[in-house]
Design a binder for this molecule. Structure first.
Ligand code: AKG
Length: 181
């Protein structure tokens, strides 16, 4: 894969025990089923249609189990203040997310994605470069900042296998810091 400026991939970022604990907590919570894939929003609700998040969309502080992980990102010096908005996405085989850049006026300059469950390929596209692919393994952390955050689109193609390897269920946690204007 070509180097994408601002993209950091950290395999084995969490322990197998953390992986199990996070999945258990997530599966005990309520899923929003209004999209093609199931999601959970924490901290602030994100409006997919209007592409925005505002103060009145605040849901409250992150639950303890999620706050603990957000805090780990600061302890490990990946960000100075812990993220306060989290979207959990569930991808069953055949489900994906369209190419996009995370809302620029809504969220700060670092986006984190923690992968649980099945390994799945993420694609990155840029008008001036060829498409890039990265296999997101369970327990890995992806950090997007700079060009990776603002210039490249990222996507999970909606398909049942990646280059012949059947996909299972993947669950991701994306963590962001809401910008207050
Ligand atoms: O599943 C992922 O790792 C990325 C999710 C994502 O791009 C999003 O929630 O905006």
């Amino acid at each position: 894969m070509q180097k994408i400026t601002g993209l950091t991939y950290l395999p084995n970022y969490i322990t197998p025990e953390q992986h199990t604990q996070l999945l258990t907590q997530i599966d005990q919570a309520t899923w929003d089923t209004t999209l093609k894939r199931r999601v959970q929003h924490y901290g602030y609700r994100y409006d997919y249609k209007a592409r925005r998040v505002t103060a009145d969309m605040q849901l409250g502080p992150l639950p303890t189990w999620l706050g603990r992980f957000a805090q780990q990102l600061t302890t490990d010096n990946h960000i100075t203040a812990p993220p306060d908005q989290v979207i959990i996405n569930e991808y069953l085989p055949g489900q994906g997310i369209a190419p996009h850049i995370d809302c620029e006026p809504c969220f700060g300059d670092k986006i984190f994605s923690l992968s649980l469950g099945s390994p799945t390929i993420m694609q990155f596209t840029h008008p001036a470069h060829s498409r890039q692919e990265l296999l997101l393994e369970p327990r890995s952390l992806l950090i997007m900042t700079g060009s990776a955050r603002y210039d490249w689109k990222h996507a999970i193609p909606a398909r049942k296998s990646d280059h012949g390897t059947p996909r299972g269920r993947r669950v991701s946690l994306t963590l962001r810091k809401v910008i207050h204007r």
